[in-house]
Design a protein around this ligand. Structure first.
Ligand code: T3D
Length: 262
């Protein structure tokens, strides 16, 4: 049978493709398990220096597969808290904390958890025809997968509430204008633009980039005084990497650096 998640590792780039196109790549347990395995492989493979996440078909990801949630009258309600705890939260934590840049190429509609997965990546590109939908409110749920953390911080509380409580589609162009994503690109350019970024990151100081993520992730909850201490600690570590040494040497010798991700 077809894999729900495709993983391809080549020249420092791990490409993960969500592959249940008939249901717009919505998540069932099997897809969660394959995703978990793919991310584990990536974490343990020290040749990997960037992750590129995308979807097959006309959608990126429609969140939870609702056909697994359609209970008969009288049946007990499924424990969604358990699903979040067991599947969605670990997925989001792993993506967010992966010690390398995570690029998301949103090839089509990103709805529910699918939208918030895209927004949790480091550099999110979206095809001009793609949309972001906080669909949760339409079925009586709340945004999960970090959405209630990410959205107010990226677009502000007024827009976060509008998106989360109305559940309207937001175009990729608006998502870029609002600062929700890095860039909206023409549909036929998405694949090449996202691969170009991946190839770039695969040659960059991976450890330094991972520390940039850590510092920025710590920022929203810190005072200025606390954050400059985070900077001090991470800069200390960054200054001990081989790539920093190489960066300075290359600069002084007026040549291009050759970073090893170490
Ligand atoms: O349950 C827990 O574990 C808690 C965690 C929850 C996390 C969540 O993500 S909850 C939110 C779940 N997602 C949604 O509510 C989104 C549902 N989908 C939509 O609203 C729409 O499909 C879209 C806005 C994403 C796209 O609309 P459109 O008109 O472009 O496509 P469509 O015709 O609605 O969908 C195409 C097919 O995909 C269709 O199947 P069919 O008729 O061709 O056989 C549709 O049923 C299927 N599909 C789309 N989304 C889902 C889905 N099937 C199952 N689950 C889905 N989420």
């Amino acid at each position: 049978t077809e894999q729900s998640v495709l993983l391809d590792i080549d020249q420092g780039i791990a490409k993960v493709t969500l592959n249940r196109p008939k249901s717009l790549n919505s998540f069932n347990v099997e897809m969660h398990e394959q995703m978990r395995a793919a991310l584990k492989t990536i974490r343990n493979d020290h040749s990997v220096r960037v992750l590129l996440l995308t979807g097959n078909g006309r959608g990126f990801c429609a969140g939870q597969d609702l056909s697994d949630r359609n209970v008969n009258p009288g049946d007990e309600a499924p424990d969604l808290g358990l699903s979040i705890e067991k599947y969605y939260n670990p997925l989001l934590q792993t993506l967010r904390n992966l010690p390398m840049p995570v690029i998301c190429a949103v090839n089509g509609v990103a709805a529910g958890a699918g939208a918030n997965i895209a927004l949790a990546c480091d550099i999110t590109l979206a095809a001009r025809s793609a949309n972001f939908v906080q669909a949760f409110c339409k079925i009586g749920l709340i945004p999960d997968s970090g959405g209630t953390w990410t959205l107010p911080r990226s677009v502000g509380m007024a827009r976060a509430k509008g998106l989360a409580m109305l559940g309207d589609k937001l175009s990729a162009e608006k998502a870029e204008q609002w600062g929700m994503i890095w860039q909206c690109v023409d549909d036929d350019a998405l694949e090449e633009e996202s691969m170009k970024l991946a190839r770039h990151f695969a040659t960059q100081p991976t450890k330094g980039l991972a520390m940039i993520k850590r510092a920025l992730h710590a920022s929203p909850d810190n005072s200025f005084e606390e954050q400059v201490l985070v900077e001090r600690d991470l800069q200390r570590l960054a200054g001990r990497t081989d790539d920093y040494r190489e960066g300075v040497a290359a600069f002084m010798e007026k040549r291009a650096p050759e970073f090893k991700g170490k």
